[in-house]
Design a protein around this ligand. Sequence first.
Ligand code: FE2
Ligand code: FE2
Length: 303
Amino acid sequence: MPSSPGDCADTTPRLLALSDLHVAFPENRRLIEDLRPGGSGDWLLLAGDVGELFDDIEWALRTLSRRFSTVIWTPGNHELWTHPRDPVTTRGEQRYQCLVELCRELGIATPEDPYLVWHGPGGPVTIVPLFLLYDYSFQPDGVHGKEEGLKLAYEAGIVCSDEVMLHPDPYDSREAWCEARIALTERRLAELDPAYPVIFVNHYPLVREPTRVLRYQTFAQWCGTTRTHDWHVRCNAMTVVYGHLHIPRVTWQDGVRFVEVSVGYPREWEQRPSRPDVPAPGVPRQILPTPAAEVMPHAGSRT
Ligand SMILES: [Fe+2]
Ligand SMILES: [Fe+2]
């Protein structure tokens, strides 16, 4: 059984984060069954891909909402799929709104709610869950535009299932939905209290750099948008929490910590060698207080 925050005697309130739970896999479901907070003051950030089927998502969100004093969720692409085996057949924006409604019933905060402020150790900091999607602007070097990028992806056989199951209704395309989400979010970001730094929680990494390690660069087009490349600087971000890539790690961009918090698929985490800088599978990443090893080593550092 993996260790969990519940094994820790320290009850200092912590801001924790996890993504890509993919609870349809029984192995992953067991990780969530075992997951406990370290104390009653811990918050949990969920950066998407909890699951695919509505019932699975509801089970995971309900389970975690009962254990953590505060849970903040933002959707991944998988929650937004209209899966052929899901009795819930809503599509696109309507499916997203159903998920937001579920979160409200469970007391979970979403990108549609007022932004919460963490006043625990390392705070105060505004927690900003983002729902932005992607717009095919992350293309391999030398590839120009969605049409060319998709052609390459189909030729290589590396195509995200979103193309079949993530419907953009009522928008004409996923990139049009992304455009609308960015416009809506920009208006809300303009109202942020500038006195507080920000922690962004987004399914995608906000900047292109973390996708450079993907084995198949054609897949990056389903991993974000260049439109958010400077949000971490513009909004005084302390940390960007993201998932989707299934490559848990910490990198730095313009002095801002970017933390990938995925669990991933069993075939991925079962083979992942244990590393001191990556929590055991299913153990949330501590965001605040900032772990000593993740304090910015010196200004301007990049990895
Ligand atoms: Fe995922
Ligand atoms: Fe994803």
